[in-house]
Design a protein around this ligand. Structure first.
Ligand code: PLP
Length: 372
């Protein structure tokens, strides 16, 4: 095993040295002016990454916790929610909705494609009872970017709330929360925010806040009423993931220093470099609406994607992701360019991918892409 491995997976992503060092500081108590000052600061700085004036709540938990909080805090049993289903993470909204007795209506979109805003418009026009539209900014399993601006315009003209899962995309693909009229933005720490896993985030628009008052689903840990009250004192209702919040302050400072626009530009350039390099290797891109967060490529016929990832990880020290779920498992490879993943690591990773593919192909003798 080569150490340290180059991590090019869609979360967790590499954590910069300066952030890791900060998180190794001696622990201190959270009900103190010291912690409240830090938490107040990160809660304000988060808005600059979410591009919003809305409050951004921080939970101890993985991103899925904030997906659940975004559904449960704003709905009552039986409520209809429209879920764009174009990948594994999109389908998670449906699973959560079902678990809480909501009535999810799936808008099935082929893997690799983005939802057509017009289809969402038609469904909302047909059924005025739809209370929310759930969609991913970047659907990490397919590397597809959705047109949130267009969807936001449509949903804002209705009573429905727009819930965007930006767990991977926030800080890599541009998301203008306020300008694009997004009500609820969900994110997590371990992707473009360059932190270890363990923090989840949710921004809440005034339209969503008004809905909270009538939402009857039971909740406790992530009941936003507790968080709202504590936030007024720069505090959290329960013990925060203190160490991660220290790291978050540093990562947000780093993003601010580089400039959010520069961060988007860097991710977009690295994404373009990744796409071009993969195509030069003769691979087809899987996503018809490529994102700046992650890129997915189809593997040649006869190349087992799971084996490829395993060889790259165990023998060459480069960790990439394969496909998830029936249709994509073993057939695609996914490479990230968000957060602290730099050009050098991408170059090395892509070189190792080309090399490994060559070795595997010479033993199978195939040439065409198998997944499309
Ligand atoms: C990673 C990811 C999730 C899952 O987040 P967890 O932190 O594992 O709970 C959900 N949605 C998207 C788009 C993701 O990329």
């Amino acid at each position: 095993m080569i150490q340290p491995a180059i991590l090019l997976t869609p979360g967790p992503t590499p954590v910069p040295e300066s952030i890791r060092q900060l998180m190794a500081e001696p622990i201190f108590h959270h009900r103190t002016p010291r912690y409240r000052k830090i938490f107040g600061d990160v809660s304000q700085r988060l808005k600059k990454v979410f591009l919003t004036q809305n409050p951004v709540y921080t939970f101890a938990g993985s991103g899925t916790l904030a997906m659940e909080a975004a559904l449960v805090n704003f709905h009552s049993a039986g409520d209809k929610v429209l879920v764009v289903e174009n990948g594994k993470f999109a389908e998670r909204f449906t699973a959560i909705a079902k678990a809480f007795g909501l009535s999810p209506i799936g808008l099935k979109v082929p893997y690799g494609e983005a939802p057509a805003p017009r289809q969402i418009e038609e469904m909302l026009a047909k059924d005025k009872d739809i209370k929310a539209v759930c969609v991913q900014l970047c659907e990490t399993s397919t590397a597809v970017l959705s047109d949130i601006k267009a969807i936001g315009e449509i949903v804002s003209r209705t009573e429905a709330l727009l819930i965007v899962d930006a767990i991977s995309g926030l800080g890599a693909d541009r998301l203008e929360t306020d300008l694009w009229k997004v009500d609820l933005v969900v994110s997590g720490s371990q992707k473009a925010l360059m932190l270890p896993p363990g923090l989840a985030f949710l921004s809440v628009s005034p339209k969503a806040k008004a809905r909270m008052a009538t939402a009857k689903l039971p909740k406790f840990y992530y009941d936003l009423k507790h968080y709202e009250k504590s936030m007024a004192d720069n505090d959290t209702p329960w013990t925060p993931a203190l160490t991660l919040v220290l790291g978050l302050q540093k990562s947000l400072e780093m993003i601010e220093t580089e400039g959010i626009d520069a961060v988007f530009k860097r991710c977009s350039e690295n994404a373009q470099y990744t796409r071009e390099t993969l195509q030069k290797m003769g691979l087809k891109l899987f996503s018809k609406a490529p994102s700046s967060t992650v890129t997915a490529a189809c593997l040649p016929d006869g190349v087992d994607g799971e084996k490829l990832c395993k060889i790259m990880r165990d023998e060459k020290g480069v960790v990439v992701a394969g496909g998830q779920g029936e249709q994509m498992k073993g057939k695609i490879v996914r490479i990230c360019h968000m957060g602290a993943i730099g050009r050098e690591d991408l170059e090395t990773g892509l070189k190792v991918l080309a090399e490994t593919l060559k070795e595997m192909k010479s033993s199978s003798g195939s040439c065409c892409c198998s997944c499309q």
